[in-house]
Ligand binder design. Structure first.
Ligand code: NAG
Ligand code: NAG
Ligand code: NAG
Ligand code: NAG
Ligand code: NAG
Ligand code: NAG
Length: 616
């Protein structure tokens, strides 16, 4: 083990223990330190309920309580240095882990855990808005819990009593930082999302920009515009916001924080406007620092130096979420690092996991199944497993027994890898957090049905001009890379771009055969260069996955069936209807019926109980 630690604290290693009792010990690796500035940020995004940390991956095993200790220690450090530290969260806090999804109603313990972190600027993601009850909890709980710090620049909530839209939260926030007196004007945006439940209204960003309040806000004299959002850094929404601000203020520094596509990413819009995106699932804490910002409380002797500096300098790091790194960055150890508050929150998480019985084991996975680390199709591919082993068994409707059936699911419906070992209640939500059920269109001519998979996987003219781009069917990590690319132009050079982006996707390797000196993980290349990761890893290879997979069920031994029942996950209904139309079939919403009452998550749990029931 010490061989992995060229210059670091090998002696404390054995004493490092993550706060969740069942979490693996964090692993050590060569580190890069954090560059500090006058104003510094920690960012979380797309945490999707992973506040307990990764209990099967040592590299990301710190929990929300550890992150609270980290933030508190870093604030102390900032105060000592006379600089400022702000915390940002850019949404998609819910859906994707048993800690949120495992209770009825959802989030019974989650919101109380989340609110313990002091976040300075926070906004909404699309996942907070898919279900009306989740959106209502956001308005009733999260917004008041982060009162004054929750921003909703382009989002309204429909008051259930009056039926009238009201701002989800305040539109923007103007404040002055504690130590340096930096005047900040902050906004909180959501991308132009259209899949929200009917109790919220998302205003397209391009329209918000035209509103009087926004136009007045961007004319204010401040030291920094802080734009946080559940928006990809290179999405059209941030382009529009950048243009609008630069139209008024040609050189006021702008710091963007993005999210949604689950990658580590950095953007330089101009020398004075940069953007950071901090990955997903509590794997990554983003670090951003800006040096040379104006501020009323500048230290005397520095002001001369600052005046001569033409533009501020922006620096970033992606922090792997583990205790080893937290100790390294704070210069503290197992005894001195945790705060009482952080320890209390780790205990809250442990209690919640017990109450929710998240460690209840359904069975034992005989091997790792990968979303994109294994080729599709192959015996190690999660999607081959779904298509060949799971769908044919769980897609059942007694009334349609024996009827030839084509069952389709989009790959985005599964959200994470399966690791060899215990398959718990928690795992079912991690793999499949959505409340997706199966729908059916009965007796579809096979000659039309058989071509649908190909249409969904390869796009084509039918989808190009609609809101229903087929890339929305794949996992978000893949979607983001393709967002500026139409299917028709998805040529070789884009695959190369895709491959280099894919190398950013993290996972810890089970075998370290390939690279004995480094642990496989994020090796991010972004617009800031290749030194962004705080932990130096060896790279991992990833493969593209199709948008959808399909299983034929109860097909005749020989020859094609005349008609089939076309069964599909409810999320993809709009694409299925469009594809059928393209094939010349006249089906509409009225022809779609329910096929299963159980959700895919419940059906998966059932399959695991039946097939992997042995102990590990
Ligand atoms: C969080 O919101 C809940 C529901 O409105 C409220 O009961 C609780 O007091 C709030 N907590 C804080 C710290 O604001
Ligand atoms: C939203 O949809 C539900 C169910 O379709 C309906 O009962 C409700 O009245 C709608 N609410 C609003 C605000 O339109
Ligand atoms: C942690 O650091 C403190 C203060 O430097 C020191 O007294 C203590 O021995 C250290 N503990 C461990 C376990 O290394
Ligand atoms: C931690 O929990 C203990 C026991 O419940 C409580 O007395 C204490 O005030 C809490 N401390 C903090 C900082 O939350
Ligand atoms: C779903 O449940 C309802 C009510 O229990 C039942 O009538 C219906 O047949 C079920 N549908 C399926 C597809 O199992
Ligand atoms: C899983 O269990 C079902 C039901 O017992 C069975 O029909 C199926 O063959 C099993 N699949 C595998 C791959 O063992």
């Amino acid at each position: 083990m010490t061989r992995l630690l060229p210059c670091i604290l090998s002696s404390i290693l054995s004493l490092v223990a993550a706060e969740q009792p069942s979490a693996p010990n964090p692993v050590a690796a060569p580190m890069r330190s954090l560059p500090w500035g006058d104003l510094n940020f920690l960012q979380t995004t797309d945490t999707h309920g992973w506040q307990a940390g990764h209990l099967q991956e040592a590299q990301y095993s710190a929990d929300w309580g550890d992150y609270i200790s980290f933030a508190e220690r870093m604030r102390e450090k900032a105060d000592t240095m006379g600089v400022d530290l702000l915390l940002v969260d850019t949404g998609d806090r819910i859906e994707g882990n048993g800690l949120y999804d495992g209770s009825t109603p959802k989030g019974e313990y989650f919101y109380d855990i989340m609110k313990e972190q002091h976040i300075d600027v926070i906004c909404t993601g699309n996942h907070e808005l898919y279900q009306a009850d989740a959106a209502a909890r956001e308005y009733d709980i999260t917004v008041p819990n982060f009162s004054g710090r929750y921003l909703a620049s382009n989002l309204d909530y429909i008051n259930p009593e009056t039926g009238k839209p009201v701002p989800m939260a305040q539109r923007y926030r103007k404040f002055t930082t504690k130590n340096r007196g930096i005047r900040v004007l902050a906004f909180g945006f959501l991308f132009d999302f259209t899949g929200n439940a009917n109790n919220t209204v998302v205003q397209p960003v391009e329209q918000t920009i035209k509103e009087d309040w926004f136009q007045e806000a961007i004319r204010e004299d401040v030291d920094l515009f802080l734009i946080i959002g559940h928006v990809t850094l290179r999405g059209p929404e941030y382009k529009a916001l950048y243009d609008a601000i630069r139209g008024q203020k040609w050189d006021t520094p702008i710091q963007f924080f993005g999210g949604h596509s689950h990658i580590r990413n950095y953007a330089k819009y101009d020398s004075n406007a940069h953007g950071l995106q901090a990955g997903r699932y509590m794997e990554t804490i983003g670090w951003m620092s800006i040096k040379g910002l104006g501020g009323s409380k500048k230290v005397e002797e520095e002001s001369r130096e600052l005046k001569t500096r033409s533009t501020p300098t922006f620096k970033r790091r992606y922090i792997d979420n583990n205790l080893f790194g937290y100790h390294y960055h704070t210069g503290l150890n197992d005894t001195t690092f945790p705060t009482e508050h952080g320890k209390n929150v780790s205990a809250m998480i442990n209690d919640a996991r017990k109450e929710l019985k998240l460690d209840h084991t359904f069975g034992c996975a005989p091997k790792d199944l990968w979303m994109s680390r294994a080729k599709y199709p192959s015996s190690d591919s999660l999607f081959s497993w779904l298509e060949k082993e799971v769908l044919p068994v769980v897609v059942v409707n007694e009334e349609r027994k024996g009827v030839p059936t084509l069952a389709l699911a989009n790959t985005g419906t599964l959200r994470f890898d399966v690791f060899k070992g215990a398959f718990t209640k928690d795992t079912t939500f991690i793999i499949s957090p959505f409340v997706s059920k199966f729908l059916v269109i009965k007796d579809v001519p096979y000659k039309s049905a058989k071509g649908i998979l190909d249409l969904l996987n390869n796009g084509g003219p039918v989808f190009e001009t609609s809101d229903f781009h087929t890339s929305q069917l794949a996992p978000p990590e893949q979607l983001s890379v393709l967002e500026d690319i139409t299917p028709a132009t998805l040529a070789q050079d884009h695959f190369d771009a895709f491959k280099s982006q894919q190398e950013q996707i993290p996972l810890i390797s089970r075998s370290e055969k390939d690279s004995p000196d480094l642990i496989p993980g994020y090796t991010t290349k972004d617009e800031g260069g290749s030194d962004g990761d705080d932990t130096i890893h060896s790279p991992i290879t990833f493969y593209r996955v199709p948008n959808c997979v399909q299983a034929p069920i109860s097909f005749p031994a020989e020859g094609d069936p005349e008609n089939v029942d076309l069964v599909f996950v409810d999320f993809i209904q709009p694409w299925i209807l469009m594809a059928l139309q393209f094939k010349g079939e006249k089906y509409g919403k009225q022809d779609v019926q329910s096929y299963t009452n159980s959700t895919l998550t419940e059906l998966l749990a059932g399959w695991i109980k039946d097939n992997w029931s042995h102990d590990c």
